[in-house]
Design a protein around this ligand. Structure first.
Ligand code: C2E
Ligand code: MG
Ligand code: MG
Length: 727
């Protein structure tokens, strides 16, 4: 008969090794969980598998050492294959624990099931461990202690789940980490010790595996080998954490650099405002913002008229100064939530919200224009600029791209209208815009490719029919389009900042012809047309002087025509320019009279010498008494103001007769001659009995002939015989 003998004795050193390995394994386990969580998919799987193997080995070694600690009354040996087989449940238990802990969102149900599985695994591990001792009769188990061990495993799983979750949800902290490992490791070790201590043997028990692996050798090998393994893994986790932290810092600084670059690429260096890119991004944000913010959104594109000519004349530093001053002023109109940007050298974009009606937008546009128009004191110079504004509304223009493009179309239309105005986007503007953009591209090369030419249209005295002068009219021989009308390309040149260059070319060319004709014995005053943009050119006086000096032409031979609407639009600027040109001696003429709204008092103040009645009045002369009455009144008014009157667009003899009767001084129109090339003009003159020496003129016409520069004295004395007998 056999009596159970409960093991009453456990070996202290083996138990200590078991505790050490178990606590260390738990500690490494939490480090591995952090690695699994921190790494990308493939590395995470590798950490999970490797971690399960290493930590499982640690738990297995710890559990086995608790069995080794069991001191039985017989000499005990452990069957090697069974010892090895018990390793598997340990690894599975760890794999499950790692999986549960790395899947942060795993449900309570799943965690409970995981806890039971871990408990079963641990029990199984201990039973397999114990079965490595082959003993006859078999091992005896104390039921109460076994139950206590199972309860400890269960409690340990629950506590482990909770503690690890808490610990891992916070940044790593060594003290806390160690405390968790000690608590959990000790609970686990306690359960294992309880389970082992429930083992007993009969008095007459014989160990059949006594000659197999001995407890002492197992204790040493397992402790040393597994400790090394755990230490290596520990170091591995630390290295990985450091490498990841370095990568993180690197990627953060890269991200910062990228953001800084992005920020710089979206900012204008001169004004500090967002540039076009930045504006687009912020506009998109505004549109995508909750409905209220996007409602009543509008984009205003403000173009500084004639900026390119200004910068070309005064230099880019002064141009930058001007832009900075304007940016500061525009900022004054920006409310919270609006976006102001500098989208181009001479352009600002403003996105404003909360504008429910067109009137409010109009008021804003006018205010912007007023503040731009206030003189800027830059390097002791008073600079006055005007602006053209295009306005697009959301949701009529339904996206950021459309708002930007449509505000551009509207702005171009405003510039086409002569600048200094605002314009709302309407459908169809974009098509016209595209064609004009193409035209300006070609126009940029027109001067250098010698595609431009001056035509001349004679003006005749109404009383004698003598030649009073010619009007120089610009022609563009486009290689594909053929002859392009100035009515078409002059507005494009104005809109795209090319008029300054074209105007100078015309001025130079007109003076060159004046000189050539004079040397051929022909003194014909030439009238050139001035654009509104040239009127605003601060160096116009200088340029006119230079052209006259260069060709040694007396100023009185030159007439400058400015259309009435332009002259009256910016009266102060017109007065300034007219006065300045008058002082040089250049004569001034008000073109297309009747199409603008002249104020009599201003008309009196303008030092003009000539007034050209628009052809729309002349056209109706022979059919409408009203037209006759108007022309008569204009002639009278002009004469009272000391102005000569020229009638444009005279096409019929009847019109010419009526105009002569109404005492109009000069006549210009197809009835007498169309605008023609210099060559045709000279032939025309010859036909009318003017002596024109052909060879001399043709030689001089060569633009390559060197011209003598003249000084001021030359200018005063040149053609002194040519007093103003023509007007
Ligand atoms: P504008 O200064 O009023 O020039 C008169 C225009 O009337 C010319 O048109 C001329 O060809 C046309 N014309 C003359 N007589 C008659 C006629 O009997 N019947 C009709 N139907 N038309 C007549 P063009 O040459 O096409 O020039 C149009 C406008 O382009 C000019 O009007 C002027 O404002 C502008 N322009 C022409 N050359 C220049 C230039 O060099 N600089 C600037 N800024 N503008 C220019
Ligand atoms: Mg004209
Ligand atoms: Mg005209």
């Amino acid at each position: 008969m056999t009596q159970p003998l409960l093991a009453s004795h456990l070996l202290g050193s083996a138990l200590a090794s078991a505790w050490l390995l178990t606590v260390y394994a738990i500690s490494v386990q939490s480090m591995v969980i952090r690695r699994v969580r921190a790494n990308e998919r493939e590395a995470a799987v590798a950490w999970w598998l490797g971690g399960a193997l290493v930590v499982g080995t640690g738990i297995w070694a710890g559990s086995f050492l608790t069995l080794v600690a069991l001191k039985l009354p017989v000499k005990v040996g452990y069957v090697r294959d069974v010892v090895m087989a018990s390793w598997l449940p340990a690894v599975v238990v760890c794999a499950v624990t790692l999986w549960l802990q790395t899947h942060v969102r795993s449900s309570v149900k799943l965690r409970v099931m995981g806890g039971i599985l871990v408990t079963l695994g641990l029990c199984m591990l201990m039973f397999v461990n114990a079965s490595s001792i082959m003993i006859q009769p078999g091992l005896l188990w104390d039921g109460d202690r076994l139950a206590a061990a199972v309860a400890t495993f269960l409690a340990g799983s629950a506590l482990g789940s909770w503690l690890l979750r808490k610990d891992l949800s916070r940044p790593p902290h060594q003290g806390r980490h160690l405390a968790v490992a000690v608590v959990l490791g000790t609970v686990l070790w306690g359960g294992m010790t309880l389970q082992v201590s429930s083992i007993g043997v009969a008095y007459n028990a014989v160990c059949l595996s006594a000659d197999q692996l001995s407890g002492e050798s197992l204790q040493l090998v397992l402790t040393v080998a597994v400790l090394i393994l755990l230490v290596m893994t520990h170091v591995g986790t630390l290295q990985d954490a450091r490498a990841l932290a370095r990568a993180q810092v690197l990627s953060e600084s890269l991200q910062e650099a990228k953001e800084a670059l992005e920020e710089a690429s979206q900012r204008d260096a001169v004004t500090g405002l967002p540039n076009r890119l930045g504006f687009e991004r912020q506009l998109r944000d505004l549109i995508e913002a909750p409905r209220d913010a996007a409602l009543h959104l509008c984009v205003l594109r403000l173009n500084v008229d004639g900026f390119h000519a200004f910068a070309a004349t005064y230099g880019h530093a002064l141009g930058d100064n001007l832009v900075q001053t304007l940016a500061l002023r525009l900022r004054g109109h920006v409310r919270e939530g609006d976006v102001l940007a500098r989208s181009d050298t001479d352009e600002f974009l403003l996105a404003c919200h909360g504008f429910s009606d067109e009137r409010a937008m109009t008021v804003l546009a006018q205010r912007l224009q007023e503040s731009v128009h206030v003189p800027c004191l830059i390097q002791d110079q008073d600079i006055v600029v005007s602006s053209s504004i295009g306005i697009a509304r959301y949701p009529d223009s339904a996206s950021a791209e459309q708002l930007i493009a449509h505000s551009n179309d509207a702005m171009l239309t405003a510039r086409r209208a002569g600048g200094g105005v605002y314009c709302f986007y309407e459908r169809g503007m974009d098509r016209a815009g595209a064609a004009q953009v193409e035209m300006q591209r070609d126009l940029r090369h027109a001067v250098e490719r010698q595609e431009l030419q001056l035509y001349f249209q004679p003006k005749l005295r109404s009383t004698t029919g003598d030649l009073a002068g010619v009007e120089a009219l610009l022609r563009w021989h486009h290689p594909k389009r053929g002859m392009v009308s100035p009515a078409e390309f002059i507005p494009v040149a104005e809109r795209f900042g090319l008029i300054g260059e074209l105007g100078l070319w015309v001025l130079d060319e007109a003076c060159r012809h004046l000189r050539m004709w004079h040397e051929a014995g022909l003194d014909i005053p030439v009238a050139v047309n001035l654009s509104v943009h040239q009127l605003r050119q601060p160096d116009l006086e200088q340029r006119v002087r230079e052209a006259l000096h260069k060709h040694r032409v007396p100023a009185r031979m030159l007439i400058m025509e400015i259309t009435e609407s332009v002259a009256m639009e910016d009266i102060e600027a017109s007065l300034r320019v007219f006065d300045m040109l008058d002082q040089i001696g250049v004569r001034l003429s008000i073109d297309d009279f009747g199409t603008g709204y002249s104020s009599l008092s201003y008309l009196r103040r303008l030092p003009a010498r000539q007034l050209k009645i628009d052809r729309s009045f002349v056209r109706d002369l022979d059919s409408s008494l009203d037209a006759q009455a108007i022309v008569e009144a204009v002639v009278r008014l002009a004469h009272a103001l000391g102005l000569k009157v020229v009638a444009e667009g005279v096409e019929t003899q009847d019109q010419a007769d009526i105009l002569a009767q109404l005492q109009c001084d000069e006549l210009q129109g197809f009835l007498f001659a169309r605008p023609m090339s210099e060559h045709t003009l000279l032939n025309w003159l010859r036909q009318r009995g003017k002596p024109v020496p052909p060879t001399q003129v043709r030689q001089e016409a060569s633009p390559t002939g060197a011209r003598r520069e003249a000084d001021d004295d030359d200018l005063v004395t040149a053609w002194s015989d040519l007093e103003a007998t023509h007007l």
